[in-house]
Design a protein around this ligand. Structure first.
Ligand SMILES: Cc1cc2nc3c(=O)[nH]c(=O)nc-3n(C[C@H](O)[C@H](O)[C@H](O)COP(=O)(O)OP(=O)(O)OC[C@H]3O[C@@H](n4cnc5c(N)ncnc54)[C@H](O)[C@@H]3O)c2cc1C
Length: 415
């Protein structure tokens, strides 16, 4: 605790000094963000939150844990597991992402379909403002005391304040966890099935529906030569509830013509769910760049949008894959992965960004959102105004109020 106080006092002094001198500050959590959030566009100093990494309090009765923001999520999960608890927020980057970074980018985890995003797990936080004041929000289940202050900082990407601590919901490790998988005739048949699953009130924590291109790769890995789309599901919770959820899920899947293909592929996904080897190796090749565009769309527009994006990839001979892994009764996030290649590094980079921008334009044209969970950073900044419309000025007003000297993550999100 003393250590904590020392760190906070030091951070406070640095922030006040920078504010007085108008020195830009970039906050660095775990550095796993994919959109350039920690890149100090305008120089200044970077504050690494890594040493602010303690667990402050574990309130078992309320199932709440309070932590310092530099704590790496995987370390938190490990400590919780030791006590029989879990956070159930599992982004693929959890071994390197910090709690503050997860809040600042509005992250989601692989089990989001049941447990939601970080906004559903965060109960309260402390934030250091550029003037040295610390905002402490109330840590209770719900408040009706005006707009919720903590929400201002969720997704603020280090531009409104420095998140110092967070109180998060935890739960006991589920009694039972079961995987299943299905083969869908095509991607759209799979979409129809998972839409019905969610709209009938079922909420398996993991639903992963891969398009044909990605499915065939996954099937080949276990020695199967199947055509169609792969659906992986995981159910967890109390044994009797899990058993009946599986029965109801199976009925819906059968009604949509899906074929049950066992639990092996789901278990394999679970075992390797943090691997990023493939994408890393591709990016290390000369002239090879791959990345993911993660967007959010309602069911009524999902098929049209998907078709338009893949037509674009095909027309431009760009290798791609896609899957849905964060599902809601009203829609889903689509994760488009694309790969560009050229013998010339600079040509590859040009093609990469051209593709990035043109795909995002298709997303906007379809009334979808340009980011479901990676945030804006540098690479989506130009299009943020386009998506938010008049709402952009509200963010600008908040920025002007909280950081009038524009020192925090200068040049990002809103300015
Ligand atoms: C391989 C890989 C897989 C990924 N998978 C997922 C996934 O499944 N789900 C998902 O949501 N994201 C995923 N991401 C993206 C990334 O991990 C998240 O954006 C993560 O939330 C960033 O946390 P971080 O601590 O690394 O933040 P950083 O990268 O350090 O920072 C990100 C942004 O947050 C700000 N920030 C950091 N800490 C604070 C703080 N204490 N106060 C205020 N601002 C702060 C920074 O200034 C920056 O703007 C993935 C990334 C990689 C590389």
């Amino acid at each position: 605790m003393l250590f904590t106080q020392k760190q906070v006092t030091r951070s406070k002094k640095i922030v006040i000094l920078c504010n007085d001198q108008k020195i830009p500050i970039t906050v660095y959590g775990g550095g796993s963000g994919t959109v350039g959030g920690v890149f100090p566009l305008n120089g200044g100093i970077t504050i690494d939150m890594g040493k602010l990494n303690n667990i402050i309090e574990f309130d078992r009765e309320s199932e709440l844990i309070s932590v310092e923001s530099g704590l790496i999520l995987d370390n938190l999960e490990e400590s919780l597991n030791y006590e029989g608890y879990t956070i159930r927020h599992f982004p693929q980057s959890m071994k390197s992402a910090s709690i503050g970074g997860l809040i600042a980018t509005k992250s989601v985890g692989q089990f989001s379909t049941k447990y939601g995003g970080i906004e559903d797990i965060l109960v309260g936080l402390d934030v250091l403002l550029p003037n040295g004041k610390i905002v402490k929000t109330t840590r209770v289940p719900r408040t009706s005391t005006g707009p919720d202050i903590k929400n201002i900082f969720i997704g603020s990407e280090g531009t409104f304040g420095i998140i110092l601590t967070a109180t998060l919901k935890v739960l006991k490790i589920p009694e039972k966890m079961i995987f299943s998988s299905y083969l869908c005739q095509d991607f759209f048949k799979g979409i129809d099935a998972i839409k019905e699953l969610l709209q009938s009130g079922l909420k398996p924590p993991v639903i992963r529906l891969y398009n044909q291109e990605e499915s065939e790769l996954k099937f080949r890995k276990i020695g199967l030569n199947k055509k169609g789309s792969l659906l992986i599901l995981c159910h967890e919770g109390l044994k009797n509830i899990v058993d009946s959820e599986i029965k109801e899920t199976n009925k819906i899947c059968q009604r949509h013509g899906l074929t049950y293909t066992g639990d092996k592929i789901g278990k394999m996904w679970y075992k390797h769910r943090f691997d990023t080897k493939g994408i890393m190796e591709y990016n290390q090749k000369t002239g090879g760049i791959s990345d993911a565009i993660e967007i959010s769309v309602n069911w009524n527009g999902i098929k049209k949008l998907y078709q338009e994006v893949i037509q674009y990839f095909k027309k431009n001979s760009i290798k791609f894959a896609a899957h849905l892994s964060h599902i809601y009764p009203t829609g889903a996030s689509i994760y488009f992965i694309y790969y560009v290649k050229s013998d010339d590094e600079s040509k590859a980079e040009k093609l990469f960004f051209q593709t990035w921008n043109e795909v995002l334009m298709i997303i906007l044209k379809n009334n979808a959102s340009i980011s479901h969970h990676h945030g804006i950073g540098i690479v989506k900044k130009e299009l943020l105004k386009e998506e938010l419309g008049e709402g952009y000025d509200i963010l600008l007003g908040i920025k002007n109020c909280l950081d009038p000297n524009k020192i925090l993550n200068k040049g990002k999100l809103v300015d």
